[in-house]
Design a protein around this ligand. Structure first.
Ligand SMILES: Cc1cc2nc3c(=O)[nH]c(=O)nc-3n(C[C@H](O)[C@H](O)[C@H](O)COP(=O)(O)O)c2cc1C
Length: 257
């Protein structure tokens, strides 16, 4: 099937994006120019049985102040979208990855808003799968600003990191036309499910985030040819008073933005 002009997909993306808040509190997030590369340590070997990781997964809305250790962040990123060496199938070569991708295009990226990670300055980074490294640098992150970005979800901004899965839509739409939009969303789901399960296997907790101000998040991450699709807050769950880590959020209706 020959791909059609991918106009519907872009229209749909824009039409379903949340607008900026009426009075956006712009804190002028500036982060280091691309180029500062921080090598990540080797990912941990997971000892937790898969069924335990699945059973333990829950949306966490009560994060503890304890920072994430870098080895855990490394393990999460590697399991979500790391590169596992070159494969060649029938003369077609591509990078083996922990998630599938329509046409082996791999149009996604993971950006890491590091809030509290040992050995990493709070800031904004892009995961470089081929190098298993982070690129980016410190940024004057305010948890209030991040909470606004995620529709007033303070519980998300209390995590150790906010991971944001972004997509280079052109890559997949050029091949599949508008139908490719479905594929990038499905692929983002694969990535975030890996984050959910590996967080659970590491004794951490995750909250998947579909609610955010699209354009402001794109701007914060300095995206040029990509769009933000899906977020995941990861950190240590707070078990301080024995309450349920799921603690349901206050829902912010889109019309209140
Ligand atoms: C696509 C998607 C987007 C979501 N976005 C949010 C969100 O923005 N904020 C939030 O608190 N939970 C969000 N969730 C989590 C759901 O609310 C949660 O999965 C649901 O309440 C079931 O609870 P459980 O995950 O603990 O089993 C999202 C889940 C999915 C799959």
């Amino acid at each position: 099937m020959s791909p059609r002009q991918p106009s519907l997909a872009r229209w749909f993306h824009a039409a379903t994006s949340y607008p900026p808040a009426r009075d956006p509190r712009r804190v002028g997030l500036r982060h280091a120019a691309a180029g500062t590369v921080l090598a990540l340590p080797r990912p941990r070997l997971l000892a937790c049985p898969l069924e335990e990781a699945i059973a333990g997964r829950a949306s966490c809305r009560r994060f503890a102040a304890e920072p994430l250790v870098l080895a855990d962040l490394s393990t999460l990123l590697s399991a979500a979208y790391g590169c596992r060496g070159q494969v060649s199938v029938g003369g077609f070569g591509f990078q083996a990855r922990p998630v599938p991708s329509a046409g082996a295009i791999y149009p996604l990226d993971i950006h890491v808003i590091a809030l509290s990670v040992t050995g990493v300055a709070p800031g904004i980074y892009r995961y470089l799968p081929a190098r298993h490294a982070l690129e980016g640098g410190p940024a004057p992150l305010s948890r209030d600003f991040l909470s606004d970005l995620f529709l007033g979800q303070h519980h998300a901004a209390a995590a150790g990191v906010l991971a944001v899965v972004t997509a280079r839509l052109d890559a997949t739409l050029a091949r599949y036309g508008d139908r490719g939009y479905r594929y990038v969303l499905l692929e983002a789901g694969h990535v975030v499910q890996n984050l959910d399960l590996v967080a659970s296997a590491l004794g951490l907790a995750c909250l998947d985030l579909g609610g955010f101000l699209d354009r402001m998040l794109d701007e914060t991450l300095r995206l040029t040819h990509e769009v933000s699709l899906y977020g995941a807050a990861v950190g240590h769950p707070s078990t301080e008073d024995g309450g349920d880590v799921r603690a349901m959020p206050r829902v912010v209706p889109a019309e209140d933005l």
